[in-house]
Design a protein around this ligand. Structure first.
Ligand code: ARG
Length: 482
């Protein structure tokens, strides 16, 4: 550990080594080194503007921080020698910059510093997750385009229900991940408030130029209440909810694909490069990636629950319990990003077995609802039509027939409304194209959704670009203020 704690003074005894190890957070928060450095640089700019440090001292601090960053990136700093990332940056800076570095914590606390680090980190993480989600949306849209026109069974209760376009099925996940994008944009906004100036809990005793620091760090707002700021982590809970929702939807997609990949279904072919074999059964080709994504979704959801539980009983302002939030955040965001990436690669290489799917839609009376709708259009009430078709289907099952194989004369025994145009009405194509209500699977609806998906993607890309522009750049700050 560092020779001297930044909090030495009142506490005389050297820390017990187990206590020191237990309270240390460096192995987790070292991930925030770049944010701690950029936050410190901006804070120094703020200190200079209120005369706590001189221009010359600011120059020394900024170039010192640049050196600290370079040393960390070259692996030349022993992280384990420090309690946390804040003391590491301050002490390493002190070694390089001397006295001016000792002024950098004026009116600042690790309590507002850690929130600053987290918010800056989260902005990057959210933008990165959004970038990956857009890539996934593109792949979904491309796949949906490739299989334009292919009809498959839709299932409810895992029973064959009605015919649907494969594109419509795929675009249902476009909608889910599109809402995921909406949440990510909101998550980003929740991180757009500068915490510096809040200090330990009641606000800084110096007239910190938060307007200037906000500008340097590209935050949109400044904190309105110091107690709220140092004691709040809603932005993490909300982001973890956003990530959990992405994972829940990925997991459901995986579950569908696992089922579609079974020998019993054989609707899809997963590329060999994304499958694994069995150590004992030579014939096996397992969809492990899909299973792992499904499994990891449980971990991310667990992290959301953990972080919520972490806060429910905390008294106001900072408590050390909060130190645990970072492990949960880092773990959830890295697992989610990895899952989106690998799932996207797997999805891009999936092939739908058109022959098997086309064979599958022949059984299961997928057109039964449309047969009832046919009678309704002729004048029958829907409830009667439902009963009539139910009886016809039972007759078909008992006689091993399909609906289309029923003779008109026989059908007329069930309802006078049956006629020769019935056969056309229950063709798969007719069933699909009858679903013209908004959000239905009619080919023209799906085609316009496909087109719209490209515009949605363009819009997300433009919005994401503007998010990246709201993430500060250390080199630019140094060059502007040195
Ligand atoms: N390591 C702390 C955390 O991760 C930040 C410092 C908190 N301040 C304190 N007085 N211990 O939340």
């Amino acid at each position: 550990m560092e020779k001297e704690k930044i909090w030495k003074g009142m506490i005389e005894k050297d820390p017990d080594s187990a206590a020191e190890k237990f309270t240390s957070s460096i192995l987790t928060d070292k991930k925030l080194y770049a944010q701690d450095i950029i936050g410190s640089a901006a804070y120094a700019v703020g200190l200079k503007s209120i005369g706590i440090i001189t221009s010359a001292e600011l120059g020394i601090i900024l170039s010192g921080l640049k050196t600290v960053k370079a040393l960390i990136e070259k692996g030349e700093i022993d992280f384990t020698a420090y309690e946390d990332i804040h003391s590491l940056v301050e002490y390493e800076l002190l070694k390089i910059a001397g006295e001016p570095a000792a002024k950098i914590h004026t009116g600042r606390s690790r309590n507002d510093q850690i929130v600053t680090d987290e918010l800056l980190y989260m902005k990057e993480s959210i933008a990165d997750t959004a970038l990956k989600t857009i890539k996934l949306l593109k792949i979904i849209s491309e796949k949906a385009y490739i299989y334009r026109g292919l009809v498959m069974p839709a299932y409810t209760h895992m029973q064959k229900a009605q015919p649907v376009l494969v594109s419509h099925y795929l675009l249902s996940f476009f909608e889910k991940f599109s809402r995921g994008m909406g949440r990510l944009f909101e998550n980003f906004e929740a991180c757009d408030c500068l915490p510096l100036g809040s200090a330990a809990c009641t606000g800084s005793g110096y007239k910190i130029d938060t307007g200037l620091i906000k500008k340097v760090l590209k935050f949109g707002k400044t904190s309105s209440n110091s107690m709220d700021t140092v004691g709040g982590r809603e932005y993490i809970i909300e982001y973890l909810f956003g990530l959990s929702m992405l994972m829940i939807n990925l997991s459901r997609f995986c579950e569908d694909l696992i089922i579609f990949n079974t020998q019993e279904f054989s609707f899809i072919e997963i590329d060999d490069a994304f499958c694994t074999g069995s150590s004992i059964m030579p014939q096996k080709k397992n969809p492990d990636i899909l299973e792992l994504v499904r499994g990891k979704s449980a971990v991310v959801i667990g992290n959301l629950f953990s972080v919520m539980a972490l806060f429910k009983g905390l008294p106001s302002t900072y408590n050390s319990d909060m130190q645990e939030d970072k492990k949960l955040l880092f773990n959830a965001e890295s697992q989610t990003k990895e899952c989106i990436d690998i799932f996207s690669r797997l999805l891009a290489n999936i092939v739908f077995n058109e022959k098997v799917i086309m064979q599958s839609i022949k059984s299961g009376f997928l057109e039964a609802t449309d047969a009832a709708d046919y009678l309704v259009r002729k004048g029958e009430s829907f409830r009667n039509a439902h009963h009539i078709i139910g009886r016809v289907v039972r007759h078909c099952i008992e006689n091993n027939l399909s609906l289309g194989e029923m003779q008109t004369v026989k059908l007329k025994q069930y309802s006078k409304y049956f006629d020769n145009d019935f056969y056309r009405a229950i063709q798969m194509e007719s069933c699909i194209n009858a679903k013209t209500a908004v959000g239905g699977t009619a080919q023209k609806n799906v085609d316009s959704k496909l087109k719209e998906s490209l515009k949605v993607i363009d819009d997300y890309e433009a919005r994401l670009k503007s998010l990246f522009e709201r993430i500060p750049d250390f080199e630019l700050i140094v060059s502007e203020y040195i």
